[in-house]
Design a protein around this ligand. Structure first.
Ligand code: TNX
Length: 534
């Protein structure tokens, strides 16, 4: 009897020793208490519940994928590439049939759309696992942006940093309020190289935008190669505002951009502005002019002086060729035909012109988008008007059964200066400080144009005064996260609450090397605040 008790005590002791050894070997500190509800996410998610603890990424953490498709693999790799540089961890990506053991990421496709739609996701974080599930791959991609923002800002740096790499526990359920959430970049007034456009794509992807509208042709330059009309780029692409050397994208380069965007679940909407804003084309091909004479290249910033000769058949041959080639390069559903500020096109010529162009776009299997002036014509219900200036044009679109993209110059034009001291930009629509850019609601902006009529929100950056990436970033940040939130969250928005979250982005902007405007209206947090529960 005595012997047996001794034996039991011995085993107990041994077990304790082994357990202690195992614990000290794996050296796992207890999870840090953290409050998911205190995280500063932009855009703000639809719902969030916090459970008070944390998940820690370590050098053993794997990104498991439920399923083995190339698309899932690519999304897993994207997450790994975001986490590897700063953590210095291997971040392996692996397909798996069953739920993984403790300590890992788990990305799953649920199939059933439910409330989540094409881009929604559920992120459920426990001490054991970060599980990201979505009906569609795009939802996983959006959810990854949330994961990035739940990690310390230094996760965005390109070299290994000290951990810990902890994520607060709880559940986030999230999906967008508007289907179309975009930014526009004018590459005509000043040309920007492929790498700059890629960075722009990465920046907008961070805030869950899904559209990049490229303004590819205007008076100052034609920027996309059209093989059947080669002079458009050879001649019409060779300068820009101020007389610099301009440039253009070959079809190959453009396809590279389209693919780069697509991998980030961003659709490129290409715009060829017409019948006005066409001097680069009119200078490249004499026959597009009513007088048959090619114009000179233009490097100024006036608008509204040029027009295609709408009465000439060759103009429609030209448009047919351009749209055909552009449609072939465009997996997305839209082609933007401009249509704005055609001040030297008579209205009786403008209307049949737009009607005919709309038919050409449709013949090539695409839906037409035009600036709000196109509502003068007969819009088909699949066409979309982009409201920038005239409220009654947005109402006309709705009356014709067409949808509206909301891009009010007074609120959403990122080329508008913040205030009178801003070095770049214009102010014809007013100054747009960071608060003013955020305090508005697309669904109540124009009487009679409600959420059901609105496809989404887009913030354009015109580049008459913008010449390089640093200047682009200064005009875009910090306003863009606000536009992204307006489009994603689609609810009533509260500047006092938002400005705190925006201020917390400072460390992230800096880690991403973004040249942002440090507005006095934003309470910039001097460093990543610790979100630990005390
Ligand atoms: C108006 S917005 C324009 C552009 C200019 C912009 C400058 C629109 C449809 N047309 O041509 O670049 O103002 O802010």
């Amino acid at each position: 009897m005595r012997n047996k008790t001794q034996h039991t005590t011995c085993i107990q002791l041994l077990t304790m020793v082994v357990m202690f050894a195992v614990l000290s070997c794996t050296n796992t500190p207890p999870p840090t208490p953290k409050d998911l509800a205190k995280e500063n996410l932009i855009p703000k998610p639809v719902s969030l519940t916090a459970t008070g603890s944390s998940f820690a990424i370590n050098d053993q953490t794997v990104i498991y994928l439920q399923g083995n498709t190339a698309e899932l693999q690519q999304i897993g790799n994207y997450l790994a590439e975001k986490l590897k540089p700063a953590t210095g961890f291997g971040m392996q990506v692996q397909a798996t049939e069953e739920a993984p053991a403790s300590g890992h990421f788990y990305l799953t496709l649920t199939g059933d759309k439910g409330q989540y739609g094409d881009e929604g996701y559920e992120l459920s974080i426990s001490e054991e696992q970060v599980k990201l599930s979505a009906p569609k791959p795009a939802g996983l991609f959006r959810g990854i942006q949330t994961i990035r923002q739940l990690l310390p800002a230094k996760i965005e740096l390109g070299t290994p940093q000290e951990g810990p790499w902890e994520i607060a526990t709880g559940t986030i359920r999230d999906y967008p309020g508007y289907a179309y959430r975009g930014a526009m970049l004018d590459v005509s007034r000043h040309f920007f190289q492929v790498d700059d456009v890629k960075r722009f794509i990465d920046l907008i992807a961070t805030y869950k935008m899904n559209i990049l509208h490229l303004h590819l042709a205007d008076d100052q330059g034609w920027r996309i190669e059209i093989k059947s009309w080669p002079n458009l780029t050879l001649h019409g692409g060779q300068t820009q505002v101020g007389g610099g050397e301009g440039g253009y994208y070959t079809q190959e380069q453009y396809t590279d951009l389209v693919n780069y965007a697509q991998e980030r679940y961003i659709t490129i909407v290409p715009e060829i502005d017409m019948p006005g804003h066409t001097n680069a084309a009119l200078s490249s091909y004499a026959e597009l002019n009513c007088d048959g004479k090619a114009t000179k290249l233009y490097t100024g910033t006036d608008v509204g002086f040029s027009t295609l000769c709408t009465k000439k058949e060759v103009v429609y041959v030209f448009i047919e060729d351009v749209i055909r080639e552009l449609a072939a390069l465009t997996p997305g559903p839209y082609i933007h035909v401009g249509g704005d500020e055609s001040h030297v096109t008579a209205l009786e010529d403008y209307i049949p012109f737009i009607n005919r162009v709309q038919d050409i776009v449709q013949t090539h299997g695409k839906m037409m988008i035009g600036w709000d002036e196109v509502t003068e014509a007969r819009l088909n219900p699949t066409s979309v008007a982009q409201y920038w200036a005239k409220a009654e044009n947005a109402q006309k679109a709705v009356a014709q059964g067409a949808k509206v993209i909301i891009s009010p110059a007074k609120k959403a034009y990122m080329d508008m200066q913040y205030d009178s001291t801003t070095q770049w930009g214009l102010h014809w629509a007013g100054y747009i400080e960071v608060d003013s850019g955020y305090i508005w609601n697309p669904a109540t902006l124009v009487e009679g144009v409600t959420k059901e009529n609105i496809l989404g929100v887009e913030a354009p950056l015109w580049t008459e005064t913008i010449t390089n990436m640093e200047e682009i970033e200064y005009m875009v940040f910090p306003r863009l996260p606000g536009y992204a939130e307006i489009a994603w969250s689609a609810g009533p928005n509260d500047w006092e609450e938002y400005k705190v979250r925006l201020g917390q982005q400072k460390a992230r902007f800096e880690a991403m090397d973004i040249n942002y405007y440090p507005s006095d209206l934003v309470p910039w947090a001097s460093q990543d605040t610790t979100k630990e529960v005390h």
